[in-house]
Design a protein. Sequence first.
Length: 582
Amino acid sequence: ITNETYYVLQKVARLMGTNNVDFCARLCHQASVSGLGATIGYGAPTCSLKDLIGSDLVLLWGTNLANNQPVAVKYLHYAKEAGTRVVVINTTIEKGLQNYWIPSNPKSALFGSKIADDFVIVKAGGDIALATAVAKLLIDWGAVDRTFVDAHTIGFEAYENHIRAQSMEDLLGRAGVSFAQVEWLARLVARARTMVTVWSMGLTQHRFGTQNVMAVADLHLMRGMIGREKTGLLPIRGHSGVQGGGEMAVNPHKFPGGVAINAENAEKLAAEWGHPVPATPGLTTAEMVDAAGRGELDFLYNIGGNLYATLPDPAQVVEAFGKIRVRVHQDINLNTSTLLDPGEIVLLLPAQTRYEQRGGGTSTNTERRIRFSPEIPGHPQIGEARPEWEIPGLVAAAARPDLSAALVFDDASDIRREIPRLIPSYAGIENMRESGDWVQWGGERLCENGDFPTFPDRRARFVPVDLPFNEVPDGWYALVNRRGKQFNSMVFANEDTLQGGLGRGDVLISAVDAGREGLADGDPVRLWNSHGEFRGVARVNDIRKGHLQVYWPEANALLPRVLDPVSLEPDYHTNVRLERLA
């Protein structure tokens, strides 16, 4: 989805009188936005992918780039050639991070590239404990960059007291690692002159996902690993142009420009648009579905999404969708959510791809790089399909003709001229016309020279993070989800080739647990809890003992609806029982 579409969608919603507008980041990286916003003042990656190349240390924390962001692995290949040490912190040893074949590099394409030097296999939900244990040793060793901390941050004393108060024995138990492992990792961090941490869903999709991100940010602030070449915090984003979606304010709590929703800012936005906008925050994605289940949502306009496949508890989504009087699905293809029974009516509105749209379109990648893609000249007109950005405006203008001038654009260039007036960081987007035109808002790196300009004092914030309660009862397993050959919820292949051809119904289990359960590789199994069940096939794998992995979204039926209270992002982890089927 282009930035132009995101911008028009939130404008339509607000001029029609609601801030109930949200997008896919609520299910993936909203915890990153919240956690980074609280610590460094930007809900965005602070560095570029090229900063990986030659950094002393790269931590891949809760991410599997080989499966989910393969383009980024090319940068790790060059980082390894430049001497970078790559450490993976995860619940599983991912084969694609041990060795990966990069098609654009002849040597790698033939012989493969070693990516990870080391793996630290943690408990699911043990990341805060691990980060705290590392911080505790850094403080004990005097390995804090006091020059950076004193000049560019606030809150370190309270943070230090919080870290010192933690029991190392308790931290090790919660993280599931030995003291030797923590000491080894802490020494790597202490000796590194430069460090980049990369993360994905393994950190964010928890009920304490925001806290996970803040714990990682605190480590970087301690060591001054931000705002310099080959340093930074790098949540890997990019799916669906998701970075731009947040910056276009497809967010029930923010107006364009990242400003809070309140009466004063609503008045300013109304003056810009020439029509009133609501002054109270709206509902997030999960909250909208909950409201629909209570019969409180009368109309849902869904662009390019499949909430049935992506949200925990798909049965609740089916029930909620059946209570919405009118549903509109705008997309370039059908998906399972479009076929769910309606309250009264479902409308399917066909859209053009980004390469067919008048005036071209822009998207923002994980580096904050805004890139222009032109319309393909001479493309055929397929049926009634229209530009993605045009359809919501036409629908709203048909219902409210007085909004036509504000919502109906001749082509996407008109939208790009409007965007920088409300979102100054996107200055330059109005000049994009040729293939490959780009601008990187904030430059190559945010927070350069220790400057955090979104805070009044221009200083970053240390945030002490409490350890979450994350127990797994005896006889139960911690369930972790994984991705295969897929783009979001769209599955391209039934085999996960990077894991040796695993199937979508496979359940990854450790050799120790398989032996205890009397399971052989390939045995049929049932996972269950009070919420649902999943039937699959046991596959012995390099996964942590006491854990199981299943593919997302197939096993969503096992997940209860639990939200991170800060980001309101769903938790995609739970506990399950396992039994062998006859």
